[in-house]
Design a protein around this ligand. Sequence first.
Ligand SMILES: Cc1cc2nc3c(=O)[nH]c(=O)nc-3n(C[C@H](O)[C@H](O)[C@H](O)COP(=O)(O)OP(=O)(O)OC[C@H]3O[C@@H](n4cnc5c(N)ncnc54)[C@H](O)[C@@H]3O)c2cc1C
Length: 387
Amino acid sequence: MSIRSAAIIGAGVAGLTAALSLARHGIRSDIFEQADTLTEVGAGLQLSPNASRVLGELGLLQALSEVWLEPRDVSLVSGRSLRRIASVPCGSFARARWGAPYGVLHRATLQRVLVDAVKANPLCTLHLSTLLANPSLQYLSQAGLAAADVLIGADGVWSRTRTQVPASPAPRFSGNIAWRFILREADAPRFLDRTSVTAFLGPSAHLVCYPLKETGGFNVVAIAAGSSSAREWGAAGSEAQRTMLIRQFAGWNAEIGRVLADAAQATFWPLYELGNGRWHNGRDTILIGDAAHAMMPFAAQGAAMAIEDAYELAGMLATHPLAEAFDLFETRRQPRIARLRQRAAFNRFAYHARGPLRIGRDVVLALRPPQSLAADFDWLYGYRAVG
Ligand SMILES: Cc1cc2nc3c(=O)[nH]c(=O)nc-3n(C[C@H](O)[C@H](O)[C@H](O)COP(=O)(O)OP(=O)(O)OC[C@H]3O[C@@H](n4cnc5c(N)ncnc54)[C@H](O)[C@@H]3O)c2cc1C
């Protein structure tokens, strides 16, 4: 028999999508979120067709299409010479090839669209300002917060729900730091493409830049090596960390260097990732999104995987007994996440290549037409999550 209700820890992309996906099957959910409000400053998100297809199934695509921008392509460009190395077409090409759009938007916009849908759905109840120190079904029931059949841990890389799952993965620092900020249109160098996602590449560092329709200006993410034991995302970062970042972009195009040096509002995101491990306890608790498989943003797929996870888990919970649904979820999702990790590791190697490797990379990529590069993404962007 299928479950009737779920308790979800975390109202990020994974948790909110899970609530909406469960509601499609008539399953009620209570979502518990520690934050008082759901906003995030200074960060953009690329949403690829595998994710936008799911958001379409949830009836959210119209609202998103009105506010996001569909980039013409994703281009790799030398951070030193500004020479275009390669590009993968998006825009109408993405809709035709992968059957769904590729969009870029501010993360707060996605969260608002998801929250509005959750609030409008009588099967979903959102509890803000509710930090669960040791989330468990037993605790939720004893505290009178929720009586649910399943606990879904969608509480991010520092998940506390993970303590309920023996042999679950542990976070480790990746050795890389992301700096994120919004660049005002008035401060943007003329060469920044107003219609595309551009990844500027250099030795041991890269910088991704794309326009945001909602705010005007650009979302900028600079990723370089760094040291940190900080768990806190989105902090300002110390002066020493800032100096170290700017040093790693020395020798780059001077305008890019200036943009980084002037980015007083930049926030500092030490990148942690999870390795292999179990995602459920075989009984009543399961992890999705970053709580299960936080990864480096080299393939821009963390939120997309959270969306796929949420949608597929809901379908499995609606059609299988709990323990079977849990096993099915791991069996179906783990190979996909493993393949994506390989792709992200390859991107990391290719993006940050130096010396002869960099020259080899540029030669190989230059030989590949955009259509052929696009074919490399069919398994990823053409994926049809089953919900
Ligand atoms: C620099 C950078 C760029 C990225 N770019 C992209 C991109 O372009 N495309 C893409 O698809 N992905 C991207 N990602 C990845 C993406 O942001 C994440 O994978 C995604 O947001 C994970 O969503 P989540 O809901 O699993 O976790 P989170 O967003 O971390 O949400 C977890 C929620 O749980 C709440 N919570 C945690 N603990 C508790 C508790 N004990 N009690 C109650 N609430 C709790 C938190 O407050 C939070 O709201 C990027 C990541 C980074 C760092």
